[in-house]
Design a binder for this molecule. Structure first.
Ligand SMILES: [Zn+2]
Ligand SMILES: [Zn+2]
Length: 282
């Protein structure tokens, strides 16, 4: 993997109307107080308000592109949520992508407009700033969509464009892609990241902690039988393999009795069944 691009935005990015801190999600506001942006505050009828941000100083404002983009994404989310218009007066300088200025399209999204480019193609999204799966069927492909009502994908009008916010009942805003396909992909990624009951018991110690002792006993016995079976020629090993499978089946039965509905137990159950199918020479 190549080293990540470093870049800097110089100048200011403000909202048309400052957003009072009293209505702003505190965590979002806090994240905009960190390098490489400096928050700009103003007075408003509702008290202190976030007017926008400015880039850090020339000497220390260079940061990985992903860090800058996450700050810009937070500003977009605030503008979307509170009905503000973003007004950037900022130029960018990037090791890999050269120089230009920051512009906002008619749907409230930031674009890096290169020095020699017409901003118009960004305003209308006739550019290539957003990843699209049009040229790559595998990009954002999801074979199985998880049924989980807590995490929703909606279509929301944003100027002449459509946004696809992914919102979780437990975790709030997850992402807001510009295509439905990417939104479904981000939803699945969030489910794997934040809604997996317990990590898979990878490795011996994880499995030993996760498995009930009675089940673990059977699995250990199965493993012993398989080990013994390897010392014999295949026909003689059959008895050991069968004994191993019997232990694995009992382990699966124990799991089924202990908790038939818990997803983690179901998973462990599957592990036990896989062991039941393991051959000594596998
Ligand atoms: Zn663009
Ligand atoms: Zn969630």
């Amino acid at each position: 993997m190549s080293e990540e691009d470093e870049m800097i935005y110089r100048g200011r990015i403000t909202f048309d109307v400052p957003v009072p801190l009293s209505v702003l999600d505190p965590e979002t506001a806090r994240q905009l107080t960190f390098f490489p942006v400096v928050p700009l505050y103003a007075d408003s009828p509702e008290g202190r308000a976030l007017a926008g941000v400015r880039g850090a100083d020339e000497e220390n404002g260079w940061a990985p592109t992903s860090i800058w983009y996450s700050s810009l994404g937070r500003l977009e989310a605030i503008a979307r949520r509170h009905g503000r218009v973003l007004e950037p007066e900022a130029t960018f300088d990037s090791d890999q992508r050269g120089r230009g200025r920051l512009v906002v399209d008619a749907g409230g999204r930031f674009h890096d407009c290169q020095e020699d480019e017409q901003p118009q193609r960004h305003y209308t999204r006739a550019c290539s700033c957003f990843p699209t799966s049009a040229g790559s069927p595998t990009l954002f492909a999801v074979a199985d969509v998880t049924a989980d009502e807590r995490i929703t994908v909606r279509a929301v009008q944003a100027g002449p464009f459509t946004d696809y916010p992914v919102v979780c009942a437990d975790h709030g805003d997850v992402a807001c892609p510009t295509s439905e396909k990417e939104a479904v992909f981000r939803r699945e990624a969030h489910i794997i990241e934040a809604h997996t009951a317990r990590p898979l018991p990878l490795g011996r110690s994880g499995a030993e902690q996760a498995l009930p002792p009675v089940v673990l006993g059977h699995l250990r016995a199965a493993a012993d039988e398989l080990r013994r079976g390897r010392s014999y020629a295949a026909p003689l090993a059959i008895a050991h393999r069968d004994a191993a499978r019997e232990h694995a089946r009992q382990a699966a039965d124990e799991l089924r009795c202990l908790s038939p509905s818990d997803p983690t137990e179901t998973l462990l159950h599957l592990v036990a069944e896989l062991l039941a199918d393991t051959r000594p020479d596998a």
